[in-house]
Every structure is written in C-alpha cells, then in structure tokens.
Design a protein around this ligand. Structure first.
Ligand code: TXA
Ligand code: MG
Length: 349
C-alpha cells in the first residue's frame, strides 16, 4: 500500500489535507494522526471492517478493544450510555488525556470493543486530532500507532518505522506533548448503586486529580502489580505482553549515590545502556547513556520514555538500566509502563 504523508502543524493552514484525511476515514481507510498523548492509528469507529483493518495493520489480537475518539465531550452520548459522573469528568478533564469506559450503544460494532458490552471514549485536545475527527464526520477508533509489542509512537518517525506501507496516510504533527497514553477509568457502581471509578491505566490525569471529581477512585491491582497466571484481567489490554526491549530492562531502586556508583561499575564491566537523569550525564560514560530528563521532572521523563526505549533498542547493549520511578502523581503512569517493559525486574541497590 502506498502511504501518503501529510505534514500538518497548524490545522488552519492545512484544511485541504485534513479534508483529504477525513475522506479516507469515511471511506473505511486508515489514517495515523497525532494526539497530545501518543500517535493514534485511526479508522471509522462505526465501521466494523475498519476495525479489522486496524488490528491487521498493528498485528494486534482482535479481542483487545479500541478507544473511540470524539471531537466534543457531548458526542459520547451517541456511542455510550453517559451518566452525570461522565459529564463531571468531561468538565474537569476534556478535551484531554482521559479515556472513560461506559456501557456501549448498538451503533458501536463488536469488532471495535472486542465483543465487550462497554466502550472506551476519549476526546483528545490536540488540534490536529480534533480537526481530523470533525473532518471525518464520525468517531475515530484508534489504538496507539505502533506495531503490537513496540513502544507507543511519540513522533511521526516512529510511526514511519512501524507502519509505512500498512496505512493509507500518516499525518505528521510533530512530537506529542505528553508522551504516555491516556489515563483510562471505568465507571462502576457499588452495592448501593453509587457510582465510583476504577483506574485501569494511569496517565497524565493523575489519581489525585480524579479524586477531586469523584470521591472513590480504586486503582486496579494490575496497574502496579504482576497479573497472576490465569487471572482474568479487568481490561483485555492488561493480559497482553507489553513492549519489552530486545535487551532486558532492569529498574534500579536505591539511594541516588549508590545507584550512580553501581552504574559506573556496570559501565566498566558490562555492555549496558543507561536511561539516566540529566544530573548524571557528567558522571557516566558518554555513548552509553540516554538522558531522560531531570530527576524531579516527571513530565519530561514521561515525554522521553518511549523514544528513549526505541533509542536503547538501537544500541548493541546487552542490558538496559533505568531508575525505578516513584508511584505518586505522574510517577504512577511512568511506573506502570516501565515495570511492564522490565517484566517486573527491579534491582534493589
Ligand atoms: O492515549 C491514548 O489512549 C492513545 C491515543 C491514540 O488516544 N490510545 C491508546 O489506545 O493507547 P490503545 O489501544 O493502545 O490502548 C487502549 C487500552 C487497551 O489496553 C484496551 O484493552 C483498553 O484500552 N480498553 C479499550 N476499551 C476497553 C473496554 N471497553 N474495557 C476495558 N478496557 C478497554
Ligand atoms: Mg497501545
């Protein structure tokens, strides 16, 4: 397949290209587009064949459901049974990096939801994503635009590596601002019928922020822990092997000075690459480090993580080391992605 590339930084200046991309979606084709979190691999969310094409292009199992993307938070009611809690979340966080799972309406095909009776809905804040959804005249079903098993793409060049020739078009809108996928919550009801939230995937909308809108926000155990053999996951995506670098990733937990001394020793004796803090750059061997931001700058680390893992994969390292992130605030989202990439391997220094 011939993949067209549209360079669109300012939607207003690229109306024609966005119209063209919207037409591709309406005709059942696939368009990769930027969002504020990561790039998405989009198709018409009401077209069951488009969903099948998305799974095929990504090499993804078709029982792992897709998120549908809408241009206006109000549009969720067309595809899902919305509740006052949904609108409270929408008022606080949308458009933005939050996905809400609710019971689905019949116009969302089973192929999009992997046969589930719920649907995940998100209203991205990226102006190009918003303009594309509007131009398509439908909702856009989109997983992250990586090949299954690779880190989510945060730049168009990552998408080109993974999906060139497999999609109709790629909209290059530059680097994604957040760099980690959206926070996912499911609206649940307790025994008294009171609504509460279950956090299935942490992201830039933090647990603390969600608690400001909803007094009860449970964190699904699989967010930070290993799923036991044969345990039924709360979200199908939790059961799949996530991105794992070609060399084993080991997360280091300990005092800064001890960890740095360990890394210096390892650099002398093994072929390793270190995802290091900016503060460590001058103390480690050059050429074997990938700086990911300042220790205190979790937003920068989140923004760099997936690109850094792709860079680490391109080295000849036999081991990749990185710091174990804290579990508070945005740290929980980093922790969730890194602990999976490391297959839960943490070395206490
Ligand atoms: O930031 C994001 O959310 C990006 C951009 C493109 O919007 N999308 C993204 O999609 O990360 P994806 O498909 O890579 O991750 C969606 C996750 C999957 O783990 C899937 O299992 C889960 O959401 N999911 C989707 N619908 C669900 C449902 N109805 N019930 C439970 N989990 C669901
Ligand atoms: Mg993904």
């Amino acid at each position: 397949m011939n993949t067209q590339i549209f360079l669109v930084c300012e939607p207003a200046a690229a109306q024609k290209q966005l119209e063209e991309a919207g037409k591709i979606i309406r005709a059942g084709g696939l368009v990769v587009f930027p969002t504020e979190t990561v790039y998405g691999l989009g198709g018409d969310g009401t077209n069951r064949d488009a969903a099948a094409k998305i799974y095929a292009a990504k090499g993804r199992p078709s029982d792992n459901p897709l998120i549908i993307h809408i241009a206006d938070p109000e549009d969720a009611s067309r595809y899902a049974y919305t509740t006052p809690l949904y609108f409270a979340l929408a008022k606080a966080f949308m458009p933005g990096p939050l996905t809400v799972i609710m019971p689905k309406r019949d116009n969302v095909p089973d192929s999009v939801t992997g046969g589930l009776d719920s649907v995940a809905v998100r209203c991205p804040s990226h102006p190009v994503a918003n303009a594309l959804i509007r131009a398509s005249g439908t909702c856009i079903a989109a997983p992250s635009a990586n090949l299954s098993g690779k880190p989510s793409p945060t730049e168009a060049s990552h998408v080109v590596q993974d999906l060139m020739g497999k999609v109709d078009a790629i909209i290059d809108g530059g680097a994604c601002e957040i760099g980690l996928e959206s926070t996912i919550v499911k609206i649940q009801a307790d025994e008294q019928g009171q609504p509460y939230l279950l956090l299935l995937r942490p992201g830039a909308v933090t647990h603390d922020a969600l608690c400001c809108v909803c007094p009860r926000v449970d964190i699904a155990p699989a967010v930070a822990e290993k799923l036991a053999e044969n345990e039924r996951p709360l979200s199908p995506g939790m059961k799949y092997r996530h991105y794992a670098p070609s060399a084993p990733l080991i997360l280091l937990d300990g005092d800064d000075a001890d960890v740095l001394a360990f890394l210096q020793r390892e650099q002398r004796t093994t072929r390793c690459t270190v995802l290091c803090y900016d503060e460590e750059v001058d103390h480690l061997a050059q050429g074997k480090i990938i700086p990911v931001g300042s220790k205190s700058d979790l937003a920068r680390q989140a923004n760099r993580l997936f690109a850094a893992l792709r860079e680490a994969d391109a080295t000849d390292a036999q081991i990749i080391y990185a710091h174990l992130p804290p579990m508070q605030g945005l740290g929980l989202a980093l922790y969730n992605r890194m602990i999976r990439a490391a297959a839960h391997t943490v070395l206490k220094i």
